[in-house]
Design a binder for this molecule. Structure first.
Ligand SMILES: C[S@@+](CC[C@H](N)C(=O)[O-])C[C@H]1O[C@@H](n2cnc3c(N)ncnc32)[C@H](O)[C@@H]1O
Length: 402
């Protein structure tokens, strides 16, 4: 592979914004990729995939390159040189790459790969936390979380069948395959930008990881029910729930951010869904009004996102130990407060995209032993680990209101 100057420069610029200006990787790349209209899909993939790779392996590469944050431009080129060398790409004779010690890079890689926190490229605190919470399992899970994520679609049965979506995408030269056990899922055989396809614009599918598709399945919504999605965000799960309800009944989508709910409405229109009502939680009254009113409530709780590091590797660097403590507090509060919206005989699903027991089963156990959880009992608990599933890490608990 021959390296092109403007693509490498665009990658370096993106890394500067992510590492030194604390910008979110997906947002940075969205902007970078707008920079040159002449870039084709291969050029775009190069920038995006290389940037994500260097973000994923930041600690390991920085250790090999012997550079420390904040990275100046020369340091960023050194990180890039490590990436290129380890990927068998010839370093061009540009001034930025003068004196790249190719041989030493490979030697240091072998040496550092013996130590988990370098091999898996994670901060010390996170490595300690993972081991304290998951024991030996941590080694396999963090390795799985460093693999590139598959692109998985969820077919919208209100608009198309799985076969129809497969055929239409094939016409656009995008090959997909079904995933056993996931009735609406299609996995892309190769990465592609599905957002520009007609099938996407017609609302035939959404991009949603297979593990995430389990949440609505376990909630098992039925047409005619009243379901509250209490942390709906931009509606990944709300859309799934509404489609399973065949547009009959009511989904009330709540969140504390109005812009996310606005995006949810836009997505619902594209999906041909008209039974979702959004409500902004701007006072505690919003929740009080819904007391005892729902057949089912979903709490897709805010969390560390440690189960989705595959698709969000910069979380390794942005997460802080204090955030974990704060978010655990919020999770328990949400369980206590939002469970009140479930009617007697109804059900509650608590889900996170984390693999830490302290955000998952321990939260549910604390809730069940509290006064608020007294009337609830645990029916089903799914701990989805990326090493086993091959998809994102998730936790899903189904509770019955007796
Ligand atoms: C894991 S995300 C939800 C993802 C969304 N359900 C989906 O499937 O696309 C958690 C959401 O909880 C929201 N949130 C944070 N604090 C909240 C609170 N106190 N009440 C309700 N939602 C909250 C966040 O804004 C975020 O959208």
């Amino acid at each position: 592979m021959r390296l092109h100057r403007n693509l490498v420069f665009a990658t370096i610029d993106s890394l500067h914004l992510i590492f030194n200006e604390n910008k979110q990787a997906d947002k940075v790349l969205k902007n970078t990729l707008k920079r040159d209209k002449r870039w084709g899909s291969r050029d775009r993939s190069f920038i995006a995939e290389t940037t994500y790779d260097i973000v994923r392996w930041k600690r390991l590469y920085a250790e090999i390159a012997e550079v420390k944050e904040p990275f100046d431009r020369a340091n960023l080129f050194r990180l890039f040189a490590v990436w290129a060398t380890l990927n068998g790409i010839k370093i061009p004779d540009w001034p930025q790459f003068e004196h790249t010690p190719t041989r030493r890079i490979k030697g240091k890689f072998d040496e550092l790969s013996k130590i988990r926190k370098y091999r898996e490229s994670i901060p010390d605190w996170l490595d300690k936390l993972g081991e304290a919470e998951l024991g030996k399992k941590w080694t396999t899970e963090i390795a799985a979380l460093n693999q590139l994520a598959d692109v998985v679609l969820r077919v919208n049965p209100l608009k198309a069948s799985v076969k129809q979506v497969q055929a239409e995408l094939l016409d656009a030269e995008i090959e997909t395959e079904t995933i056993p056990g996931f009735p609406y899922a299609l996995k892309l055989k190769e990465r592609a930008n599905v957002f520009i396809t007609d099938a996407f614009k017609k609302g035939w599918f959404e991009v949603q990881d297979a593990s995430s598709q389990k949440v609505a399945e376990i909630l098992s919504p039925e047409p005619g029910m009243r379901i509250i999605d209490a942390c709906a965000g931009a509606g990944g799960k709300s859309l799934h729930i509404a489609s399973l309800m065949e547009n009959k009944g009511q989904v009330i989508a709540l969140d504390i951010y109005g812009n996310k709910l606005k995006e949810l409405k836009r997505r619902a229109r594209r999906n041909g869904i008209h039974n979702i009502e959004t409500r902004l939680i701007d006072t505690t009254k919003v929740i009080k009004k819904l007391k005892g009113s729902a057949d089912k409530v979903l709490i897709d709780a805010p969390c560390t996102g440690l189960g989705v590091l595959k698709r969000n590797p910069d979380a390794k660097w942005k997460l802080q130990p204090e955030f974990l403590e704060k978010i655990k507090n919020t999770q328990q509060k949400l369980l206590v407060s939002y469970s009140k919206m479930v009617k007697t005989g109804g059900q509650l699903v608590y889900a996170t995209c984390s693999i830490l027991p302290s955000e998952n089963s321990e939260q549910v156990a604390t809730f069940l032993s509290s006064a608020a959880g007294n009337d609830f009992s645990l029916v089903q608990e799914e701990k989805i680990f990326p090493s086993k599933s091959g998809f994102d890490g998730f936790y899903i608990a189904l509770l019955q209101h007796n």
